[in-house]
Design a protein around this ligand. Structure first.
Ligand code: ADP
Ligand code: ZN
Length: 596
């Protein structure tokens, strides 16, 4: 598109220049006789001229034979009268006037240039989300023609329930009259909510693709600008455009950026955001009956949305787009694997099992990483199981940082730290099996212990959470046992353990001291909790401390009782950097014979 406008302006300029040149060389036909001014006066005196016409200082007339004559009169005739009186011939010359075409063109050139440049910058700015200054009140919605949106429901995998809820919308967009005739009311707004990367945008696109209608997409955050009033005018503009293109879909990503609960978030109200939100509500209420414009909004913070947004007639249909379960992951993997070369050894079931918690976006990313890894390899052309494993680690924890310079001491500390996590996890019955342990730094982590649940669970018993507390603390405890010292490396573990313990006490009612009362903060109130008395606050703190202390002593017992195994595992890590489930099994069997 950009190139199209660039080419257009170039051709315009060339064309104009060509016309100019033609006109420049073209001489007007001369069938008029030019007469000196003095001659003209003589003819007037002698009476040979009867009628003349004067245009500015050009005098024209026609003689009895029909011949045309012209003479130019001086600006100030009184100056030449004495000369004429003395019989001098006076010729008056006209300053050469440019051709009219040239004149008009000249006056238009700046405008044409400005218009051409404006077009040019608009096109350029639009593409990169720039050009803000020029498109002030305009909504920044990208219009993707529905006919061209190739995304279909089959491209969105593992979210069958959400799809089931949305087919009705597709039917409506395909044939609105069928619904209006039946007197059915179709929701104006659909709210898709779920974790980032679960396919909300993809679903909205698929609806447009299935129904073959245009798709406007805009991010809620782009409504909220520095200047008051801009957001509201953008919303107005967006809906105006949408109505023009109906039936169509307007997709608002990250609606929480505008739709946050109006009283939430301290520091006074945000006028701009409130105005924008009000405008959005007004526009949605403004739909009379069935205008075949469907607003789909996406958010991962449905809990902080202003209740006004969720009232009937607005986003009254809410569809959850969940993080996929193991079967969903397998389907998503297969959808994306269709685009790459896959070796025979790849079992998507196994991969799906090994990627708990992965969102659709992460799975897509993993497949992409695997494809990239293959292109870098000399002796492989297809994605194998090993390559997928490598890609998974990369997506999960960032790229390996083999170049990171680590001292031998640090390496030893990391080895014991990870072995500590792994050994505690291994010894605790009911904990997720240890999949692998590595001391190759990735992203921010110096090492990693990866556990894989045998089967996915939707809720966790208290014993499982207690086990996790022990495993989290195992790293630090192993460091203490071996080096009689502490490092900052355990910071993240301690953070996670404390959060988990606090949740067990305040949200899940898992401590005897507090009992089954929730002290969870209200997200709509900016995470602020209910009023708690000083006494209760102290009780909560003590309950959290006791959970952590209990986990600490359990983990410490395991590690001291199996110190030989801890040493052996750390040594193995120092030798080969990464050990698998099988390696650990062998080490434990050799060094802790009492464990079956
Ligand atoms: P969200 O809008 O929920 O943050 P997106 O729809 O933008 O997530 O997902 C990003 C990318 O991840 C998609 O373009 C797609 O490649 C992949 N993806 C996410 N969910 C799915 C899914 N359920 N099926 C197939 N691909 C998915
Ligand atoms: Zn750790």
């Amino acid at each position: 598109m950009k190139y199209f406008y660039k080419n257009l302006s170039i051709w315009l300029i060339i064309g104009l220049a060509f016309i100019l040149l033609l006109n420049f060389f073209k001489k007007a036909p001369e069938d008029i006789n030019h007469i000196q001014y003095s001659d003209f006066l003589k003819r007037v005196k002698s009476g040979t001229i009867s009628d003349i016409s004067i245009n500015e200082n050009t005098i024209t007339w026609t003689n009895s034979n029909g011949e045309k004559f012209k003479s130019i009169a001086p600006q100030k005739p009184e100056l030449v009268s004495p000369l004429l009186a003395s019989g001098i011939n006076v010729e008056v010359q006209q300053t050469k006037e440019p051709h009219w075409f040239f004149k008009t063109l000249l006056s238009w050139v700046p405008f044409i240039l400005i218009i051409v440049l404006w077009f040019f910058f608009m096109k350029q700015g639009g593409g990169k989300g720039g050009g803000k200054a020029m498109a002030f009140g305009k909504s920044k919605a990208k219009l993707i023609d529905g006919q061209k949106s190739k995304v279909k429901f089959k491209d969105v995998a593992g979210v069958q329930e959400a799809k089931d809820e949305l087919v009705e919308i597709v039917d409506f967009l395909k044939d609105p009259t069928k619904f209006t005739d039946a007197g059915a009311r179709i929701p104006t707004g659909v709210l898709l909510y779920g974790e980032p990367g679960t396919g909300k945008t993809l679903l909205a696109k698929a609806i447009a693709g299935e129904a073959g209608v245009p798709f406007f997409s805009i991010s809620g955050s782009s409504f909220v600008e520095m200047y008051v009033g801009i957001g509201a005018s953008r919303v107005r503009d967006l809906f105006k455009e949408g109505k023009k293109k109906a039936p169509c879909i307007i997709f608002i990503d990250e609606i929480d950026a505008v739709g946050r609960h109006r009283s939430a978030g301290g520091g006074g109200g945000n006028d701009e955001r409130e105005q924008t939100l009000n405008q959005l509500l007004v526009e949605m209420d403004g739909f009379e009956g069935n205008e075949s414009v469907i607003i789909i909004a996406a958010t991962n913070r449905q809990d902080i949305l202003d209740p006004a947004l969720l009232r009937p007639g607005r986003f009254d249909r809410q569809v959850m787009v969940p993080v996929p379960d193991v079967g969903g992951r397998e389907q998503i993997l297969k959808v994306h694997a269709a685009k790459i070369q896959v070796a025979d050894d790849v079992d998507w079931k196994v991969i799906a099992k090994g990627t708990p918690g992965f969102s659709g976006a992460e799975l897509a990313n993993m497949i992409n990483e695997a494809a990239l890894l293959v292109t870098r390899m000399k002796n492989a052309s297809k994605v194998t199981m090993n390559i997928l494993e490598e890609a998974k680690d990369k997506v999960m924890m960032g790229a390996e940082r083999r170049s990171l310079i680590i001292t031998d001491k640090e390496k030893r500390i990391t080895a014991f730290h990870e072995a500590g996590h792994a050994l505690v996890a291994w010894m605790l019955p009911g904990a997720d099996p240890v999949h692998k342990v590595t001391i190759i730094p990735r992203g921010k982590a110096l090492g990693l212990t990866m556990q894989l649940p045998e089967e996915e669970k939707l809720s966790h018993p208290r014993s499982y959470l207690l086990n996790n507390l022990c495993i989290l603390l195992g790293g630090r405890i192993a460091e203490e046992i071996e080096f009689k010292d502490m490092t900052t490396g355990a910071g993240n573990d301690i953070d996670r353990a404390s959060n988990m313990a606090r949740k067990m006490v305040c949200e899940w009612g898992m401590s005897e001291e507090i009992g089954t009362i929730s002290f969870k903060g209200d997200p709509a109130q900016g995470g602020q909790g209910p009023l708690i008395s000083q006494k209760t606050a102290e009780k909560i703190d003590r309950a959290v401390e006791s959970l952590i202390a209990q986990a600490y002593s359990t983990a410490k017992n395991i590690l001291t009782e199996n110190s030989k195994t801890l040493d052996a595992m750390s040594q193995a890590l120092l030798d080969v950097e990464t050990i698998s489930h099988k390696d650990i099994k062998k080490i434990v069997e050799e060094n802790s014979p009492h464990v079956s």
